[in-house]
Design a binder for this molecule. Structure first.
Ligand code: FAD
Length: 409
């Protein structure tokens, strides 16, 4: 399944830090993690840190799935606004979901302090704004819901917002806390490097083709016909994890990204924060540590009427039109920044769930197997939650939060 296409940012600006052999014999372990993207790397990190005998396999090479295309905006806010989420799943549960995401942002900060590479991580601020006057009332509702439940937010009216940003805005929610950004490819490799010191075994080019749960363990087969016997399995295969689940749990979109060369000044971009509007589809912006501007959006449904979207070619008319739109939008938003030159342009599949929450935990047909499927815009924070919750479950601790992310919700 082709997940990404184009001239990617992270895998181009970073050399491949490490390469790993494929599995060439049958082995046993306590936990097998399938998938070497950010979700698998985080899960393996937590387990190896606890001294659990863990093996991680990837059918391709580490970090080259969806992780390689991620914009890696880390925000406690979920794509489903809090007031909407509360009406869908309950007030307590909605607030809990937002709180878990907020904690996950600061958990990444803690993990970074444990790693040798800081992975271009930075805590930052965030502006969630309306481009149309008619969209302001829903933002005010969202502001009220967040404020009532203890999230630190301020509402910037139109005139105030215009003093901070050079693009047209009707006002929006400004958050000083609960947001960050990172290089996801470096993070994935740094987590694995650290875990190898804690005895994690890693195999690339090792595809799991068969998963057979037995009474007390799981027997797995690789494409090269070697067996892995594991007491527990974590399935962190990203959007390919859908194939194990009978129900339709995710809708796929294709999203487009443009990254510029580093720019000299940031006039009109207040405090280097994350910026996103509340349109559907929305436009999102962030900066890298070396002042590259990243703009993403222009999402299209995959399949259906516009089946061109699913073949993920890069140099087609549709993609080029989307990239041009994004570059022009960036230039019009920041007229004072004169050296905006696009350098990387790519697209990737992106999954959304009915409530914006991920699927984490066991699934009826797979005893001893635990899924970490961080579908949704908060994929990386969901990977943290998946890693923590599944570590604790495997270590025998009860985590009632898993009810929020169960399959049959
Ligand atoms: C364009 C784009 C922008 C995004 N922006 C953001 C953002 O701003 N913030 C955010 O939090 N999230 C964002 N996301 C989502 C986030 O990037 C993903 O949730 C995250 O990268 C998924 O990581 P993963 O490890 O679950 O999946 P992947 O990175 O896809 O890794 C899964 C791995 O499993 C391996 N695999 C699959 N099947 C098998 C098998 N049978 N055997 C062995 N290995 C297997 C694959 O080779 C792959 O390496 C974005 C995603 C995209 C595409």
């Amino acid at each position: 399944m082709k997940l990404v296409a184009g001239n990617m940012l992270w895998t181009n600006i970073n050399r491949i830090p490490n390469q790993y052999h494929y599995l060439n014999k049958s082995i046993q372990c306590d936990v097998l993690v399938i998938g070497g993207g950010i979700s698998g790397a985080i899960a393996a990190y937590y387990l190896a840190k606890e001294g659990v005998n863990t093996v991680l396999v990837d059918k391709n090479i580490i970090g080259y799935g969806s992780t390689s295309a991620s914009t890696s905006i880390l925000q406690y806010e979920i794509d489903t606004d809090l007031y909407r989420l509360m009406s869908m799943i309950g007030e307590k549960e909605g607030v809990k979901s937002f709180e878990l995401c907020k904690n996950a942002v600061y958990e990444i900060e803690k993990i970074i302090n444990d790693l040798e590479d800081h992975c271009d991580f930075s805590l930052t601020e965030c502006f969630y704004y309306a481009t149309k006057a008619s969209m302001v009332s829903s933002l005010k509702k969202e502001f009220d819901a967040r404020k009532k439940h203890g999230f630190h937010v301020e509402f910037l009216e139109k005139e105030e917002a215009k003093k901070r940003f050079s693009f047209p805005t009707e006002g929006g929610i400004y958050s000083k806390f609960g947001a960050a950004q990172i290089d996801p490819y470096r993070f994935t490799h740094a987590l694995i490097d650290q875990s190898i010191k804690n005895n994690l075994k890693v195999y690339e080019n090792t595809e799991i083709t068969n998963i057979c749960p037995r009474e007390n363990h799981v027997l797995l087969e690789t494409k090269n016909h070697f067996n892995i016997e594991a007491k527990k399995v974590i399935i962190a295969t990203g959007y390919e994890g859908r194939k194990y689940i009978k129900e339709k749990i995710v809708h796929l979109l294709r999203t487009f990204t443009v990254v510029t060369k580093p720019v000299k000044n940031l006039d009109g971009w207040f405090h280097r924060g994350i910026i996103r509007d509340n349109n559907d589809p929305y436009t999102y912006l962030r900066l890298t540590g070396d002042n590259r501007m990243i703009i993403g959006g222009e999402d299209e449904k995959v399949g259906g009427m516009n089946s061109k979207m699913s073949n993920l070619s890069h140099d087609d008319l549709v993609s080029n039109k989307k990239y041009d739109l994004l570059v022009n939008r960036l230039k019009s938003y920041f007229p004072e920044i004169k050296d905006i030159v696009p350098e990387y342009q790519f697209s990737g599949l992106f999954g959304v769930t009915k409530d914006g929450l991920p699927y984490i935990g066991e699934y009826e047909d797979f005893p001893h197997c635990h899924f970490s499927l961080g579908y949704g815009a908060n994929g990386i924070l969901y990977s943290i939650l998946g890693g923590q919750l599944l570590r604790d479950t495997i270590l025998g601790k009860d985590r009632p939060e898993l009810a929020l992310f169960r399959f049959n919700r």
